[in-house]
Design a protein around this ligand. Sequence first.
Ligand code: URA
Ligand code: SF4
Length: 185
Amino acid sequence: MDNWTELEQSCLQCNKCGLCAGRNNVVFGVGNKNADIMLIGEGPGEQEDIQGVPFVGPAGKLLDDMLSIIDLDRSKVYIANIVKCRPPRNRDPFDEEQDACSEYLKRQISLVNPKIIVCLGRIAAKKIIDSEFRITREHGTWYYENNIYMTAIYHPSALLRDISKRPETFEDLLGIREQYQKLNG
Ligand code: URA
Ligand code: SF4
């Protein structure tokens, strides 16, 4: 078995935290395993839990539109979440659940070896970039660590709830395209 298959197999059988009890499917991740850009969300919602694929509900539809604005699509990025199983009623995943799940994401990041990580929303930004991250103030800001450029944008669900955040997110998306083009000469 190759590294990816082994990782996915163990994740699909995981019961390291309480979220395993309520899931229909583990949502491991999808996309291009050689992508330069990796997108990291929070955790599966209802549709994701049913289908076993990240960002396939309403927020996912918006995410696809956001990607197309900057000439990207699912064939060019890898998409994963902080927790792989759906929290009940879509509550925020607890710290202990995020910690229990973090090894899978760490290994996904090291296998994809992206040049850019885009955190989708506060939960991912706090976990990946800085535990003190303030999404309102710091979205669109760039961080560089371990050879990876990292930024965070508002979660697509937040953009569905609050349309007034969309212009700032448009600017952030253009910033991501610029960084991507810079790194790809
Ligand atoms: N929200 C997330 O954070 N991840 C998904 O996969 C779907 C919705
Ligand atoms: Fe395992 Fe992660 Fe699912 Fe918890 S959320 S059971 S750690 S795969």
